[in-house]
Design a protein around this ligand. Structure first.
Ligand SMILES: *Cc1c(COP(=O)(O)O)cnc(C)c1O
Length: 387
């Protein structure tokens, strides 16, 4: 009897253990160093990480905090934004961009996205500016920077702050400058699946302003500059030393990991073309004047096939995900803002067509070939069924 061929190995959406396997002895030593130090929160590991990360981004200061969400809340608060103010954001982003605006008492004002990059469309911003507008939050989605020249011009013209949501774009560049240094403040996330991932939740705000830096440092420790004397009603949004120590081990490897993501994206592009699938899977669009770091490799699929393809791929052992299935103006919790379906057609369309394929720096050519083979298999099957 012939042995049955083994099922192909599953391909995960993301392999966060790969970096731990590669750097195990250094990471273990960093964790033990913190355990032995008795300094669990903030302290020298955090201070060193802040300095190294700010330097990486090309910013003067870095203020570590508990998450990317914390970073957004801290940055907006540090700029004095609050109740009665409006903040312009895209509706096609992770929830935290909008929730941070609400949590400081301000109102998110949505502006639709560019259909090619999924980033905020600068041509639609000015129509949404009112006397209450204080800031624009460009979200560099999936690893690609927004159209910063146009955003800077609008911000200058209307005296608005630019606060980057760079959670998905650590290391991405716009005209040779790294994000995190493209606004008055840059909000970074080190959630384990981001370009630089901690052991758990962690984040950081970058800035070139000494005043903003000072206020961020106070706000993250309950608004106090002197212990037990509170200048502001702040938060507990501190960074743990163990995360900082592990992130410091990983930081010198980020450049190589970003190269790995870029190469993997090129291989996906070639595989999609090679299998003549480009009519079915529309490849991500990378603008030539900036560096896309592919935190996610997001293709577009015809609406009628998207959810069936997701199921087919998951059933075949390929980890895929939909970022994001519902535009933020359509979320239940934001109904009070008064938007309706139809208000942001490009964002709504993206929510129906996007599909993120497995992407991590260590992904192999074989794994990627399998992902695209499974897509091709789905297409063959549906075409056969239709015939
Ligand atoms: C991940 C993410 C955040 C939030 O970061 P956390 O560290 O998970 O709190 C904010 N904005 C965007 C665009 C993100 O992808």
């Amino acid at each position: 009897m012939k042995p049955t061929p083994a099922a192909p190995a599953p391909v995960p959406l993301c392999d966060i253990q790969a970096q731990y396997r590669a750097l195990k002895s250094e990471i273990d030593a960093a964790v033990l160093r913190v355990l032995g130090s008795g300094q669990a929160i903030l302290g020298p590991e955090v201070a060193a990480f802040e300095k190294e990360t700010a330097e990486f981004c090309g910013a003067q200061f870095g203020v570590g905090c508990g998450s990317g969400t914390d970073a957004l809340v801290l940055a907006l608060r540090a700029l004095g934004i609050g109740p009665g103010d409006e903040v312009i954001i895209p509706p096609f982003t992770f929830f935290a961009t909008a929730s941070a605006v609400c949590r400081i008492g301000a109102t998110p004002v949505f502006v639709d996205i560019d259909p090619l990059t999924f980033n905020i469309d600068p041509n639609q911003i000015e129509a949404k500016i009112t006397p209450k507008t204080r800031a624009i939050v460009p979200v560099h989605l999936f690893g690609q920077c927004c159209d910063m020249d146009a955003i800077w011009d609008i911000a200058e013209e209307h005296s608005l702050y630019v606060v980057e949501d760079a959670a998905q774009s650590f290391g991405s560049e716009y005209k040779g400058k790294r994000c995190g240094a493209l606004g008055v403040a840059g909000c970074l996330s080190f959630y384990p699946t981001k370009n630089l991932g901690a052991l758990g939740d962690a984040g950081l705000v970058t800035t070139n302003s000494p005043d903003v830096d000072k206020k961020l440092r106070a706000l993250r420790v309950h608004g106090s500059e002197v212990k037990y004397y509170h200048k502001y009603i702040g938060y507990n949004m501190r960074l743990d030393a163990v995360h900082a120590a592990v992130l410091r081990v990983k930081l010198p490897h980020v450049a190589a990991w970003l190269d790995g993501r870029e190469k993997a994206a090129e291989r996906y592009d070639a595989l999609i073309e090679g299998q003549a699938l480009h009519g079915f899977l529309r490849r991500p669009f990378a603008k030539p004047d900036r560096r896309h770091t592919f935190n996610q490799y997001v293709v577009r699929v015809p609406h009628q096939h998207r959810d069936a393809l997701v199921k087919y791929m998951k059933d075949s052992g390929v980890g895929v995900e939909v970022y994001y299935p519902l535009s933020l103006h359509q979320q239940e919790c934001f109904q009070f803002l008064g938007y309706r379906t139809g208000d942001f057609p490009t964002s709504e369309e993206a929510a129906l067509s996007v599909l993120a394929l497995p992407m991590f720096p260590e992904i192999t050519e074989e794994q990627q070939a399998r992902v695209i083979d499974v897509c091709a298999g789905y297409l063959r099957q549906t075409v056969r069924r239709a015939a």
